[in-house]
Ligand binder design. Structure first.
Ligand code: IVH
Length: 675
């Protein structure tokens, strides 16, 4: 059957693309596309060549493990070639591999290993001494990076144990831990050096240094998972035995390796690794599944690219490249202007991402991303999507650095960046965008928690003139909502019911909902417990507010300022008129043991307490007539220091105030003040 011209053309194109990206990755160390995109190209080529074997050329990159030897380091020929792995991306593909195995062998035990996202290394030992270390290169010939690898602490220089072979090639992965990567990038930033995009690039860059002393300063690590040539040593029957032996010889082996009798359990391991991947402290991009029995491996053998006895189960990619269409600015409830990236939508980290935050002006500059750039987008787990940086070497000519807009995109007022701050703010408190966000915050999860009143609805209601501030939420009725677009009678009724129900929320939630700067859920609970009434808080002198446990001078000042503003007092009045609960019931009665008194003593609680919560301790002290305040002064009787006490401890020592521990506090609570 003749090969369609389009297929022939596409195969040629794919071969050129794969060659190009191989060179960018292996030789220039500057990939232009993500691993997942590269894999997709290779896959398409392999598929085409499988469907039309006439298309396959002997030197097709689909037949080779990928990568070309780089020129900076001397070439070294591996004694046994380093193969790559076939991939499975779904449970079905994993099962299809199992089905292929079952045709050749009779039942299997599988070893599962986290697939480290670093770079493969081959370590050659002769008579137990490290002789050379080589990168994979094209699988046949790699680069001699011995001097650099010898600086890595976990690479044994000399093998341990009794069964040291005459010759052994040990294969493993060089990688950088997440913490090591972050610290390295902090250093790079401090030194005004280029940042690394991810731990893999950092590890690769660190290994390719001309000067080994630079590599020595980099936090590189190693796990071993395979061998090549071996002469001497014990006769091994399984991969499990091999890993145990490698451990005895002194090689680091990943402690998370497991083995299973069926693929169902293997898949369970893959799923659990995918869930845990962000807690491991280093990056993995999948799980490598290997047939354990070495005799069965022999029977299965290799294809031209990869062993048939192993497969890489790959997680969905967390990094992809896409086009940065624009950088825009959004306005938050405090007026803060946050730049964000508008992206050509891309599927990454399990969802389609079309926008990503860019934090502030300095962050945009640090990443040097410009509208029109091709950029790397990362979405790891639950973490919000991020633009890592431009793809090096792909910037179209003539695109300019982005500059922060000088006016608010919503109300046109000036955007100002305050001295010493990294954020810009819209100066207009009546800016409709701020208004919307304040109401959204009020109705949000941590505040009044009104289901069905999200950003889209709030914007619609503000535009329809139904809402000016959060207090107006309580004037919404089914009659007012039904005429609006996209809102039916049922959803209007549900929303009004949710609004009604929110009137009974506890005082601390209303306090959060008001959006007073610095007042989060924790401070709100302390304030509600202490004042029990919003009016009392509004009228309280600043030093009383400051004396509440867990509330410092910053929060106290912010509260004071908030209630100084007419519109804020107006908002509270609206809430009261609407029947929103603005009081707190008295907390559980704390009864002091008979005759125990702490009257006349003032306590400050600081640091993490183990025996009871700070609020609890405060309640017990107050029940015995003692006072609890938030800051240390000469009038303080005791500072109770828990774990990691902060500046309050220093101040107590400075002023000569008595510092006691939790045990001592318990004694006072039981016995009262010493005579
Ligand atoms: S075994 C012939 N085990 O994944 C067997 N590879 O996609 C070859 N990798 O080049 C490799 N963790 O750089 C193996 N536990 C592991 C691995 C692992 C990461 C890398 C390795 C390899 C690539 C193949």
């Amino acid at each position: 059957m003749a090969v369609p011209a389009a297929a022939e053309e596409r195969a040629r194109e794919l071969r050129a693309l794969v060659e190009h990206h191989n060179e960018r990755y292996f030789v220039l160390d500057a990939p232009e596309i993500s691993d997942a995109e590269f894999d997709a190209l290779v896959r398409e080529l392999v598929d085409l060549e499988t469907r039309h074997p006439e298309l396959a050329t002997p030197d097709s990159p689909a037949r080779r493990p990928g990568g070309a030897p780089a020129s900076t380091f001397a070439p070294v020929r591996h004694l046994v070639p380093m193969f790559s792995l076939d991939n499975a991306r779904t449970r079905d593909e994993l099962e299809a591999w199992g089905t292929r195995l079952a045709k050749a062998i009779d039942g299997a035990r599988y070893v599962t290993e986290p697939k480290l996202d670093g770079l493969a290394i081959s370590l050659l030992y002769r008579d137990g001494r490290l002789t050379w270390a080589a990168t994979r290169g094209d699988g046949v010939t790699g680069e001699d990076v011995t001097a650099n690898v010898a600086t890595i602490r976990s690479v044994p220089r000399k093998l341990a144990g009794r069964s040291v072979p005459e010759v052994i090639e040990v294969r493993g992965e060089i990688f950088m831990s997440a913490a090591g990567f972050e610290e390295l990038n902090r250093h790079q930033a401090d030194a005004g050096q280029r940042l690394f995009a991810n731990p893999r690039n950092a590890a690769a860059g660190s290994l390719r240094q001309k000067d080994p002393s630079v590599t020595a300063g980099r936090p590189l690590d190693l796990f071993c998972y395979q061998t090549g040539e071996q002469d001497g040593g014990p006769r091994l029957r399984s991969h499990t035995e091999l890993l145990a032996w490698l451990g005895d010889l002194g090689f680091p082996v990943n402690p998370l390796v497991e083995s299973f009798d069926d693929l169902e359990a293997v898949y369970g391991f893959c799923e659990s690794m995918e869930q845990r991947r962000h807690d491991l402290g280093y990056e993995i991009d999948g799980v490598v599944v290997k047939v354990d029995d070495l005799g069965q491996r022999e029977e299965l053998g290799f294809t031209s690219r990869a062993p048939r006895w192993a497969i890489a189960y790959k997680f969905p990619p967390e990094e992809m490249t896409t086009e940065l269409r624009d950088i825009m600015v959004s306005i938050g409830r405090t007026g803060r202007a946050t730049p964000f990236a508008v992206l050509e939508p891309v599927f990454v980290g399990g969802s389609t991402v079309g926008m990503a935050t860019l934090h502030n002006e300095d962050e945009v500059a640090r990443r040097d991303v410009r509208p029109g750039d091709r950029v790397v987008v990362r979405k790891a787990g639950d973490v919000i999507p991020e633009v890592v940086g431009p793809v090096p070497g792909t910037r179209p000519d003539g695109i300019e650095p982005w500059s922060f807009p000088s006016t608010c995109p919503v109300c046109g007022s000036p955007l100002v960046r305050l001295e010493g701050e990294s954020n810009h703010y819209c100066v207009n408190v009546d800016c409709p965008a701020q208004r919307v966000q304040r109401i959204v915050h009020f109705a949000g999860r941590s505040a009044l928690d009104i289901e069905g009143l999200g950003e889209e609805r709030v914007r619609q209601f503000v535009e329809a003139g139904l809402l000016d501030d959060a207090g107006d939420v309580y004037s919404l009725t089914v009659e007012k909502l039904v005429p609006l677009e996209r809102i039916g009678a049922t959803s209007a009724a549900n929303l009004v019911a949710a609004i009604e129900a929110s009137k009974g929320q506890p005082l601390e939630r209303v306090l959060v909902g008001l959006g007073i700067k610095h007042v989060g859920p924790t401070a709100a609970v302390s304030l509600a417990r202490h004042f029990r009434d919003l009016d009392r808080l509004a009228a309280a002198p600043e030093d009383e507010v400051e004396s509440v446990a867990g509330v410092g001078p910053t929060i106290a000042e912010s509260i004071n300022r908030f209630f100084d503003v007419d519109t804020n007092r107006g908002l509270v009045a609206k809430l009261r008129d609407a029947g929103v609960n603005l009081t707190a019931a008295a907390g559980p009665e704390v009864v002091a043991p008979d005759g125990v008194s702490l009257a006349g003593a003032t306590f400050v609680l600081t640091g993490a307490m183990q025996r009871r919560t700070r609020d609890d301790a405060a309640a017990e002290i107050e029940a015995r007539g003692g006072k609890v305040t938030g800051s240390v002064s000469k009038r303080t009787t005791y500072v109770v220091a828990g774990e990691n006490p902060g500046s309050k401890l220093a101040k107590a020592l400075d002023l000569g105030v008595e510092v006691i521990d939790e045990d001592h506090l318990e004694q006072l609570l039981a016995e009262g003040l010493p005579a």
